[in-house]
Design a protein. Structure first.
Length: 276
């Protein structure tokens, strides 16, 4: 067996991102053949991925970004098993590289994103390789995007929560966009406006409100009216345009947007979080 040089181990580590001992062992097993060593490390990653398939990957990084022209934004979530890995700079950089590819290529959905290439391999294959490097289950679990006349994105400190929003037009102060995506992060609206809330959710809220009123001793016919009144409160608390603006509770978000530009509105948004 040929002697493995430290320089070769360092070179393989740089090429693959695997640990020093893993690289040394791979070169030893393949008599210093770099191509075979890389294949061996990949197989190790695939084997580890299979062994850890039933593990829970509830930590990770949720990142968001937008194109340079601010007409398209995306969120991705790359999960791992531990907070230690989630905070690792290399892990976050890997997640960011996936997001960069999403921003550049604008894939149709999560499966399309996984099929795109990174470092000469499909993203889903590189994730398997990184499982071998990191030693934890990794999963690209979420991808969504928005597009419009202007978009904004926000990553909450800690990389566990991100939001994106699209507006019908541009030409306004970027701070307004930032305020809206931070509002979405803080207040977690379920829809843009009342008309965007599903009939199923509305029916459920009416039923809950009616049951609460009956438990409070109200007669059934009055309980129906009370529940519809409470529905208006539900809309104010849970639809973006009707929420109180967190930076000025004298204004609704709709008021704030109209104050900025009478025709300005939000046309879509996404919010994703881990363990929050």
């Amino acid at each position: 067996m040929s002697q493995i040089k430290a320089a070769d181990v360092a070179k393989l580590r740089k090429m693959t991102g695997a640990g020093m001992m893993d690289c040394k062992n791979a070169l030893s097993e393949t008599n210093g053949d770099f191509d075979e060593a890389i294949d061996l490390l990949r197989k190790k990653g695939q084997k580890l991925a299979s062994k850890r398939a039933d593990r829970e990957a509830s930590e990770g990084a949720v990142l968001a970004s937008a194109t340079a022209d601010n007409t398209y934004a995306a969120i991705i979530a790359l999960n791992c098993e531990t907070d230690f890995v989630a905070k690792n700079d290399d892990f976050v950089k890997f997640a960011q590289s996936i997001l960069d590819i999403a921003i550049e290529n604008k894939p149709a959905d999560l499966d399309a994103l996984k099929a795109l290439e990174i470092n000469g391999k499909k993203i889903e294959e590189e994730i398997i390789n990184q499982i071998g490097v990191i030693g934890e289950k990794l999963e690209l679990s979420y991808f969504e995007s928005v597009s419009g006349g202007y978009v904004s994105s926000y990553i909450h400190p800690g990389n566990m929560l991100s939001t994106i929003a699209a507006f019908n037009k541009g030409g306004f102060d970027a701070q307004v966009g930032k305020d809206i995506v931070m509002q979405i992060a803080a207040m977690n609206p379920i829809a843009i406006d009342k008309g965007d809330v599903s009939d199923k959710v509305i029916a459920k809220e009416i039923e809950i409100g009616k049951e609460q009123a009956i438990q409070e001793g109200k007669p059934a016919d009055l309980a129906e009216k009370i529940s519809k009144g409470r529905l208006n409160k539900f809309f104010k608390e849970n639809t973006l345009l009707n929420q109180q603006f967190v930076k000025d509770n004298k204004l609704t978000i709709k008021d704030y947007l109209v104050k900025t530009d009478k025709d300005l509105t939000v046309i879509s948004f996404k919010r994703f979080t881990l363990n929050v």
